[in-house]
Design a protein around this ligand. Structure first.
Ligand SMILES: [Ca+2]
Ligand SMILES: [Ca+2]
Ligand SMILES: [Ca+2]
Ligand SMILES: [Ca+2]
Length: 368
């Protein structure tokens, strides 16, 4: 930055007409003050600013993070941001594609977060969804996210690593033997036609589940059919089966009706379940469930989250839908290798109705 010497600004010019940009005596005075306040020796890009805060009280309550920016459609993940082996908090707000980072300074049994925005700048640009998972178990969280390419709806992965005790990321590059046209940044799976590959298409309004569905140690993906069908696709990671442990990401899609259920999107948070292990529920499985929006098409806008609610080794699934203010939790009556949803809680969690739940804000109580 060029800085004019203070004394030169106080020197009057000998023009009969003010030159272009002439500020007049008052302008010179203001410029002189600004000039005196400006750093003379250090260039602008090396200036360090200290974040200031100030107590903010609303309705008699002091706000914990008054200048963090607020949340509109947040997605929560944990990750060790500073490599101290204590999980910290990362929030991705899809409204504005904002990353918020908080360091956990609490005790082992009680979290206490400090807003630490300096870690957010280490994240790549993100859009639609962000899931932090440690696919290779090295302690550095990795990112599963939507591609930034506006013309596609691909899945992309960033591999986490530590630099100066701060979590950083680099693009993960997939391997596609024999495919010269495949973009190695994006997730493809082998086509039924030998030698061809398909991209795993996920609607930008959906959030998939990235979890070890079959319990073999590597991370798999569950998502609704990208062509807007109501069946769930299971992208199985073959890393362990092929001898790479959890270190690789090699997906196949052999199951296009995971859990054997169908999400019609017509009745609030109610899905069609299969009567047996040998059949996949259809849009017409139950009276009144026929989808009148054409064939077996559903509209996109679903969130998927898996976890083992009953501790029997297979994954239950919680679905959110953009059309309804409710969640559906389905119980897996099958096994890790063959999921079969046999019961559903259409007002999850029906055992605790103190909170209201909304699309993309799963498990976040509605602000009163
Ligand atoms: Ca930490
Ligand atoms: Ca990792
Ligand atoms: Ca797995
Ligand atoms: Ca289970």
């Amino acid at each position: 930055m060029h800085v004019r010497p203070f004394f030169s600004l106080l020197t009057p010019h000998r023009h009969t007409r003010p030159p272009r940009g002439y500020a007049g005596p008052l302008g010179y005075f203001l410029l002189a003050i600004l000039n005196a306040l400006a750093p003379v020796a250090a260039p602008a890009q090396t200036q360090m600013f200290q974040r200031l805060s100030y107590p903010v009280v609303q309705n008699g309550k002091t706000l914990e993070y008054p200048f963090a920016g607020g949340l509109n459609a947040p997605q929560f993940s944990d990750a060790d941001l500073n490599n101290d082996q204590i999980p910290d908090l990362v929030i991705f707000d899809r409204a504005g594609d904002v990353i918020l980072t908080f360091l956990n300074e609490g005790t082992p049994k009680e979290s206490s977060y400090r807003f630490a925005p300096e870690y957010a700048c280490n994240f790549p640009p993100l859009t639609d969804y962000m899931l932090l998972r440690d696919y290779n178990n090295d302690g550095a969280a990795d990112i599963f996210c939507a591609s930034l390419d506006l013309s596609t709806q691909e899945v992309q992965v960033f591999k986490g690593y530590y630099e100066n005790q701060a979590l950083n990321f680099s693009p993960f590059l997939f391997t596609y033997p024999g495919c010269s046209s495949c973009d190695r940044r994006w997730l493809y799976y082998p086509s039924a036609i030998p030698g061809f590959w398909n991209n795993l298409f996920i609607a930008d309004t959906d959030i998939p589940a990235v979890d070890d569905i079959d319990g073999d140690g590597d991370l798999d993906i569950l998502t609704f059919d990208g062509a807007a069908g109501g069946h769930m696709w299971y992208a199985k990671n073959m890393s362990v089966e092929r001898g790479f442990g959890p270190d690789s990401l090699q997906f196949v899609v052999n199951d296009r009706c995971w859990g054997l259920f169908y999400e019609s999107g017509l009745v609030a948070c109610e899905n069609n379940l299969s009567p047996g292990l040998d059949s996949c529920a259809s849009p017409f499985s139950s009276p009144g469930s026929a989808d009148d929006r054409g064939g077996n098409k559903r509209h996109p806008g679903s969130t998927v989250m898996t976890y083992d609610q009953d501790g029997d080794g297979d994954k239950e699934v919680v679905l959110g839908d953009i059309s309804f203010n409710c969640l559906n939790m389905m119980t897996n009556g099958g096994a890790p290798a063959l999921a079969w949803m046999t019961a559903q809680d259409v007002a999850f969690p029906s055992y605790d109705t103190r909170g209201h739940h909304y699309f993309s804000r799963r498990f976040l109580p509605r602000p009163e």
